[in-house]
Design a protein around this ligand. Structure first.
Ligand SMILES: CC(=O)N[C@H]1[C@@H](OP(=O)(O)OP(=O)(O)OC[C@H]2O[C@@H](n3ccc(=O)[nH]c3=O)[C@H](O)[C@@H]2O)O[C@H](CO)[C@@H](O)[C@@H]1O[C@H](C)C(=O)N[C@@H](C)C(=O)N[C@H](CCC(=O)O)C(=O)O
Ligand SMILES: Nc1ncnc2c1ncn2[C@@H]1O[C@H](COP(=O)(O)OP(=O)(O)OP(=O)(O)O)[C@@H](O)[C@H]1O
Ligand SMILES: N[C@H](CCC[C@H](N)C(=O)O)C(=O)O
Ligand SMILES: [Mg+2]
Length: 492
């Protein structure tokens, strides 16, 4: 592909055209100077920790076909360059064109919300697979093309990696992709250039205020996905009507929606919900139709996730009786309400709850299936929203009988200081019993040793993660492996 063909797509955002050799062949696109090869287009992005413009001089030595930037830098006049209003937008549009508009050829389902994205994307793709489709998945745990699993760094990759991934999916004859769309991605225009078939909103509760600063900003970021659906005249979006912000999307975005809920009147609802520690039963209602449903997934929040997945499949045109038939096939998602059973006489749950709402839901769901005491083990991530820490403390103080406050991924913060901020929540609440143990392995062991028959130990915050980030180092650590080892060694 030649430069001339690619720059056409940028014409509305170009502020200065410095192209002299428009017929040059483009061999690739990069946003990271370290990856640039001869003939590539380098897009300079001002980021949160670095500024791509600072690497322009280095990139020029590698003989790029074109440099796209927001500002001029030394040496840029000697090479093909374009100045644009917004480099992130330029990157997304260039990548989409270079990779042949892949999302025109597959059905992309975007899932956003504070909690439930990973679960809903798994449920949607599992249902589609049960109908015989080959699917792709993009999200927190991994990206997947058919059976091929790819490692990830972000929940939603950058615009360039996304278009590359979609192109690979098209090549592998994937028909549908379910992708998690994080609020960071919406703000950073990572999803620009994607054609969405539909979008799902699960819920909005506090998280990421370090980045968004206010719930209103956080909401506006999430709302962006539905504005995109409206602009693209996509299929109806799927909205949780029990959520305050879900109701706001319904009012504020002019687009058709299918709604789901348990408390509110919605298009798709569940009644007679029965939660047990071996599965969940409920009656699924849609218009005049009612179906008894039994699923392997546990916890009330997963009933919401199933309703979201059902709404998505309905929107895509599948019939409800067919969808219902496949619901019992759905498997739990790794690290979400995952039961650890080594034959012990109490329950152990590993769950990814890392927000106040997530923790509240998992502790309430655990309570519903626990004859004895609920023992919680959790911490909070470092270098992330600090204001959720005392809130999560207060929730555990109120809902668990005993809490072991420990470390999550402390990152570059002092782990003891994070624990002390969580502890503040205990001072606000009725005195829930708690211990502090900075070493997560010891904290898990303490909880498992405290447990008596009929109790439930909830190990929250890290779910599927197989590492712990202390400082800037990633150490191997998996709550599920640790719990199993302790249960096998100490408590058979
Ligand atoms: C704060 C934040 O969101 N940062 C994300 C952002 O980085 P950035 O654009 O600011 O990049 P930067 O590191 O400052 O670098 C700026 C530019 O200089 C370039 N560079 C840099 C160094 C160099 O030598 N040469 C060079 O060219 C970089 O390639 C980049 O183009 O864009 C990158 C690419 O998309 C992300 O990987 C990165 O995520 C970081 C790792 C991160 O931790 N993000 C978290 C907060 C995040 O995004 N989380 C969400 C939500 C999670 C959830 O709720 O599930 C997610 O989607 O993962
Ligand atoms: N629909 C829901 N409502 C409230 N809480 C939920 C819901 N679904 C899951 N959770 C809780 O949130 C945790 C994370 O779930 P999941 O990984 O599906 O969410 P996510 O939105 O992908 O999270 P992240 O933003 O970290 O990627 C679960 O372990 C559970 O505790
Ligand atoms: N996607 C979430 C994951 C948090 C998981 C928790 N274990 C932590 O490290 O804080 C985030 O980036 O905030
Ligand atoms: Mg996720």
């Amino acid at each position: 592909m030649k430069i001339a063909e690619l720059v056409e797509i940028l014409k509305t955002i170009i502020t200065k055209n410095g192209i002299n050799w428009a017929e040059l062949e483009v061999t690739g696109i990069e946003q990271d100077s370290r990856q640039v090869k001869p003939g590539n287009i380098f897009v300079a992005i001002k980021g949160f920790t670095a500024d791509g413009h600072d690497f322009i001089e280095k990139v020029i030595e590698k003989k790029p076909a074109l440099i796209v930037a927001e500002e001029e830098r030394p040496g840029i006049f000697g090479v093909n360059h374009l100045l644009v209003k917004d480099s992130r937008q330029a990157l997304a549009l260039l990548a989409r064109t270079f990779y042949g508009n892949p999302t025109e050829k597959i059905s992309v389902i975007g899932v956003t919300g504070t909690n439930g994205k990973t679960t809903v994307t798994h449920l949607v793709t599992s249902l589609l697979e049960s109908f015989g489709y080959k699917t792709g998945l993009i999200g927190t745990i991994y990206n997947r093309i058919g059976d091929k699993i790819l490692p990830v760094t972000n929940t939603t990759p950058d615009a360039l990696s996304l278009q590359r991934l979609f192109a690979e999916m098209v090549k592998s004859e994937v028909s549908h992709v379910a992708m998690e769309v994080s609020s960071h991605a919406l703000v950073q225009k990572r999803v620009l250039g994607i054609d969405f078939k539909t979008g799902v909103f699960t819920n909005l509760t506090q998280d990421h205020l370090d980045f968004h600063e206010s719930m209103e900003n956080y909401f506006n970021a999430k709302k962006e996905l539905f504005k995109i659906l409206a602009e693209q005249k996509a299929l109806p979006g799927v909205i949780n009507k029990d959520d305050f912000y879900g109701q706001r999307i319904l009012k504020e975005v002019a687009h058709p929606f299918v709604t789901y809920g348990i408390k509110e009147q919605a298009d798709i609802t569940a009644k007679n919900v029965e939660l047990t520690n071996s599965g969940t039963a409920f009656t699924l209602c849609y218009q005049e139709e009612e179906y008894p449903v039994k699923v392997k997934l546990l916890g009330l929040f997963n009933v919401y996730n199933i309703l979201a997945a059902v709404g998505t499949l309905l929107t895509l045109g599948f019939s409800l009786p067919d969808i219902v038939k496949n619901l019992p096939l759905l498997n739990p998602v790794p690290g979400r309400f995952e039961l650890i059973d080594e034959g012990q006489d109490f329950a152990v749950i590993v769950d990814y709850a890392h927000t106040p709402d997530g923790l509240e839901n998992i502790l309430k769901s655990a309570r519903a299936i626990t004859p004895g005491r609920v023992i919680a083990v959790f911490g909070c991530g470092g270098d992330r929203d600090k204001t959720k820490r005392p809130k999560m403390g207060k929730i555990s103080a109120t809902l668990a009988d005993i809490t072991i406050i420990t470390s999550d991924n402390p990152r570059t913060e002092d782990p003891e200081a994070i624990i002390n901020e969580i502890e503040k929540g205990f001072f606000d609440a009725l005195p829930g019993k708690y211990l502090k143990e900075v070493d997560r392995k010891k904290a898990i062991k303490t909880a498992l040793l405290l447990a008596k028959p009929g109790d439930t130990v909830v190990i929250a915050g890290k779910g599927h993660e197989d590492y712990q980030i202390i400082g800037t180092t990633k150490y191997p650590f998996d709550d599920r492996v640790v719990a199993r080892e302790i249960l096998r060694g100490e408590r058979r």
